[in-house]
Design a protein around this ligand. Structure first.
Ligand SMILES: C[S@@+](CC[C@H](N)C(=O)[O-])C[C@H]1O[C@@H](n2cnc3c(N)ncnc32)[C@H](O)[C@@H]1O
Length: 219
């Protein structure tokens, strides 16, 4: 999946991945006692997710990164926020509004200094958007970028032989392989996907909480 694949998806408005409501597990987690009020949530590969609307309304701060400028323009339009748009020396464009900053960029081009401090990562349809080889690099880079911030991670599980991604199946052993070195991993929910993956293949959503063993990271 290269950048052109995703840019073309946005251009053709083929965004079947865009959920029409905030994710219930995300809402439950960030409404609960474990989530620090006013925390800064990093949403990688954010699209124009309605989860961001919910987080902002719930007084969280949001930082995101998204390849498609079209997606980011739609996000701000739908939030009814008129963004301040700037360009970093690296050429990365940034859209900003009250409590929200979105980088229009390839996540691999971001550095921890550009991102600044984040309290928690919320990954829905990001890790699973990437083919396995790239997913491993992404997981490593995300940990580096966020200095191993805790993470709420939404994965899908299904028989990869029967369907090609995205979304790619990310099984328990994959989560373990990507993250066990830096995080304590807890399974918090596991349920069948209503109507199946892409509306046809039986599968599950598996939601994980990754708690940093210590907040530092070596590249
Ligand atoms: C499956 S969609 C999920 C979007 C969002 N997380 C959601 O839940 O609706 C994956 C998104 O990641 C973006 N994307 C893919 N590769 C990326 C990369 N390397 N850096 C930044 N964004 C990327 C795509 O443009 C697309 O909007």
């Amino acid at each position: 999946m290269d950048a052109q694949f995703w840019l073309a998806k946005w251009k053709r408005n083929e965004i079947g991945f865009h959920a029409l409501h905030a994710h219930p597990t995300m809402v439950a987690y960030f409404s609960g006692p474990c989530a620090p009020q006013g925390a800064c949530v990093f949403v990688p590969l954010c699209g124009k997710s309605l989860d961001i609307h919910w987080l902002l309304k719930s007084n969280y701060r949001v930082i995101g990164v998204e390849l498609s400028r079209l997606a980011v323009e739609q996000l701000f339009a739908e939030l009814d926020i008129h963004p301040a748009i700037s360009c970093l020396p690296s050429g990365v464009v940034v859209f900003e509004g009250p409590n929200i900053r979105i980088f229009v960029a390839d996540i691999f081009s971001l550095t921890p200094d550009m991102l600044g401090s984040v309290d928690i990562v919320y990954d829905r349809a990001a890790l699973v958007a990437l083919p396995p080889q790239m997913a491993a690099l992404y997981a490593h880079h995300l940990t580096y970028l966020t200095k191993s911030a805790d993470q709420l991670l939404v994965c899908v599980e299904y028989d990869q032989e029967r369907l090609s991604g995205p979304p790619f199946a990310v099984m328990a052993q994959d989560v373990e392989r990507y993250y066990a070195q830096d995080y304590t991993i807890a399974s918090i929910e596991h349920f069948p996907v209503a109507n199946g993956i892409k509306g046809r293949e039986p599968g599950y959503e598996h939601i994980w909480f990754l708690h940093a063993q210590k907040r530092e990271f070596k590249k």
